[in-house]
Write a new protein. Structure first.
Length: 99
């Protein structure tokens, strides 16, 4: 548990891709605290009070790259009404447990 602490200093090594446009940030990277080793997160003031929403998880880097491109297309075409957080990270489980 708490493997997420090991990810704080190596983002550049874990990064698959990152997209920024104004208030929109789409980030895809490898993680070590979820059910899948890669995930895409979206940060925008319209969703989750401007905090990250993990929108998709992937089993390999190739899928992660394709998913990242798909989310850029989705989010720049027209912002969806809502985003569903699919995170299975340890920190999310902990926060869900205590809230």
């Amino acid at each position: 548990m708490f493997d997420f602490f090991n990810m704080s200093d190596n983002y550049e090594q874990r990064k698959v891709d990152n997209y920024k446009d104004g208030e929109l940030v789409i980030d895809t990277c490898s993680v070590n605290d979820s059910d899948e080793p890669f995930e895409t997160g979206i940060c925008h003031p319209k969703y989750n009070d401007g905090k990250w929403v993990i929108v998709e998880m992937y089993s390999n880097k190739k899928e992660a790259k394709l998913g990242h491109k798909r989310w850029i297309k989705t989010m720049t075409n027209s912002l969806p009404k809502e985003l569903k957080d699919v995170s299975t990270s340890e920190i999310k489980k902990l926060l869900d447990y205590i809230s």
